[in-house]
Design a protein around this ligand. Sequence first.
Ligand SMILES: Cc1cc2nc3c(=O)[nH]c(=O)nc-3n(C[C@H](O)[C@H](O)[C@H](O)COP(=O)(O)O)c2cc1C
Length: 170
Amino acid sequence: MEAIEAILTRKSVRQFSDTEIEEEKIEILLKAAMAAPSGVNKQPWKFMVVKNEEAKKKIIDVMPYGKYKSPIIIVPCVRDLEVVPLMHDLAYCDLGAASENILLAAHALGLGAVWCGIYPSKKRTKDIKKALNLGVGISPFSAIYVGYPDPQNTTKIKDKFKERNYKIIE
Ligand SMILES: Cc1cc2nc3c(=O)[nH]c(=O)nc-3n(C[C@H](O)[C@H](O)[C@H](O)COP(=O)(O)O)c2cc1C
């Protein structure tokens, strides 16, 4: 799929079929994530690919708006201890770029995905850290549910292009 087409036709998918995702596709998702731009090229990330049913249930239990059943949940995390305090905000920008790359790559591969927010909620950060036993120095940023879209899925692409949301300064 061409890049512009992928960007313009991506939409959040929240209903998935049970079909497993091929390992090669998971690797492409991870490569896309790590290809994201990164402030001072720190690449302050670690991507947890959660396949284990028990661990997925623990995530779903604590995500108030992420009660979706998917073959995998990718949890992009910040490696806190390797980021100096001033760089912390930059690290979260990097994780946003990486999360979007995962969504776009999933779509281009015929998969569907939805980004569910963890950061900046302190409670969700704490709950997911505990659920995944992340330990010191690793903070979850988002939970991205990925799978083949359920054929019954009826979500439409939203046209978000709005005149009032841009201005050309000549
Ligand atoms: C930071 C962020 C947090 C989000 N959190 C949730 C969430 O908790 N649950 C959910 O179902 N969707 C979540 N979404 C997805 C948005 O609801 C979705 O992107 C938005 O409705 C626009 O729809 P689209 O992605 O189909 O264009 C989140 C998206 C972002 C960028």
